[in-house]
Design a protein around this ligand. Structure first.
Ligand SMILES: O=P(O)(O)OC[C@@]1(O)O[C@H](CO)[C@@H](O)[C@@H]1O
Length: 396
């Protein structure tokens, strides 16, 4: 970002701020929920007690020498932050460290019987099995008879607003789920998004979709991918998921499998989409990636070469959700009118952000939109989850 003056990095040490509330309130609430959802054994309860004390009052501790991911975390700044309060290091870093620590506490990374048991799975499954998901899937039958452009726009918006289905957010924002979505987007580059996928050679393009939440967000993401493959706007899709459970509801490979089973078992148009994606995986037209950096506590500007090459080769990369937006533009308190194109100039290919606003970070607003939002809601629009955006930077 050579020409963009930087902005203050978000830390969690300002009482009353959103980042502070995540560290002081959301994380303890997540520990409580996870503890109540599983018949954990004494060692796990002890480890959760220790984590609760450590993440609210303690300091960041080093990893044991034999931790499987020690090298990653050393590269990602653990040495520098060891011994500091969770509240005094970059907020993005301490949140990521929290999820890594929670998985450690419940034995996810161990060699024992709890290895690989996702502590968030009950919440994800409840959402996937909900009546709301049934309704959303049934609506696909009506959509099937509509013109292709209308279907595409509806599925794009389904994927965008699916981002409200974020279980971590709903834990701490009481009533967030029911608050009405604001009509209109605070930024809408959807025409540019479609123009990037308008191809004279059908089936030639590759879409990278950096997924966010499982369940009611991943389902519409998959439907969008299926539609783009089917209509020939893309020939290949690469779906980036998290390598392990993260930010409560972030999608992992297991969640993709659950979502595909849900689709194929639903009947009607949903099942047809599900079968199509199942076949696309078998044929290599849809590929899954679970890159370690997808769970890293760092902005995408610091992504390693392999991941950069993936994004560079794509016709378009769609980055879903609030956390990915923070990582895309940098977790900083930018002036809202800072151009999105400037803060994403480092990204190696065309990139689109689809996000509902759930944290203070925002770029790319025009001054009039920002003024109207502030006049109506003070600064609440930044974190309420009721506003959304589609922003695109095309570097071709
Ligand atoms: O990435 P997502 O699922 O859209 O949102 C993640 C989120 O709930 O977690 C962060 C705070 O913990 C915020 O960035 C955001 O509110």
């Amino acid at each position: 970002m050579p020409d963009t003056p930087s902005a203050p990095l978000l830390l969690g040490n300002q009482p009353g701020s959103f980042p502070h509330s995540v560290l002081a309130e959301r994380h303890p609430a997540i520990i409580k929920q996870v503890r109540e959802a599983f018949p954990y054994e004494p060692g796990q309860h002890r480890a959760l007690d220790e984590l609760l004390a450590n993440c609210t009052k303690g300091e960041i501790e080093p990893l044991p020498a034999d931790a499987h991911d020690r090298d990653h975390w050393e590269t990602w700044g653990l040495g520098e932050y060891t011994g500091r309060s969770w509240f005094d290091v970059p907020w993005l870093w301490s949140e990521s460290w929290f999820y890594r620590s929670l998985l450690q506490a419940v034995g996810y990374f161990g060699t024992g019987p709890w290895q690989g048991i996702d502590p968030f799975r009950p919440f994800k499954l409840a959402e996937l099995d909900s009546g709301e998901t049934d309704e959303e899937l049934a609506a696909l039958d009506d959509l099937a008879g509509r013109p292709a452009a209308e279907q595409a726009q509806a599925l794009l918006h389904g994927s965008l607003w699916g981002n409200r289905a974020d279980l971590g957010f709903r834990l701490s924002a009481a009533g967030a789920r029911d608050a009405d979505a604001a009509p209109g987007l605070v930024a809408d580059d959807s025409d540019r998004l479609w123009s990037l996928l308008d191809t004279t050679a059908p089936g030639a393009g590759t879409l990278c979709l950096v997924a966010d939440n499982a369940g009611r967000e991943l389902v519409p993401d998959l439907l969008l991918v299926a539609h783009l493959l089917q209509s020939g706007r893309i020939g290949r899709a690469v779906l980036h998921v998290k390598p392990y459970p993260y930010y409560v509801s972030d999608a992992t490979t297991a969640d993709v499998v659950d979502a595909l089973r849900r689709l194929t078992g639903a009947g009607g148009a949903a099942a047809a989409y599900g079968r199509q994606l199942w076949a696309a995986l078998a044929e290599g037209r849809l590929t899954l990636r679970a890159h370690p950096f997808s769970g890293a506590p760092l902005p995408y500007a610091e992504m390693p070469g392999g991941l950069r090459a993936d994004f560079a080769a794509a016709t378009l990369t769609i980055v879903k959700g609030d956390l990915n937006y923070r990582r895309l533009v940098g977790d900083r308190l930018w002036a809202p009118t800072t151009p999105f194109a400037d803060v994403t100039a480092y990204f190696p290919g065309p990139v689109a952000a689809l996000r509902t606003l759930k944290s203070d970070v925002i770029t790319g607003l025009d001054a009039r939109t920002e003024a109207a939002l502030v006049a109506a809601e003070d600064q609440r629009w930044r974190t309420s989850g009721t506003h959304a955006l589609i922003q695109v930077r095309d570097n071709r």
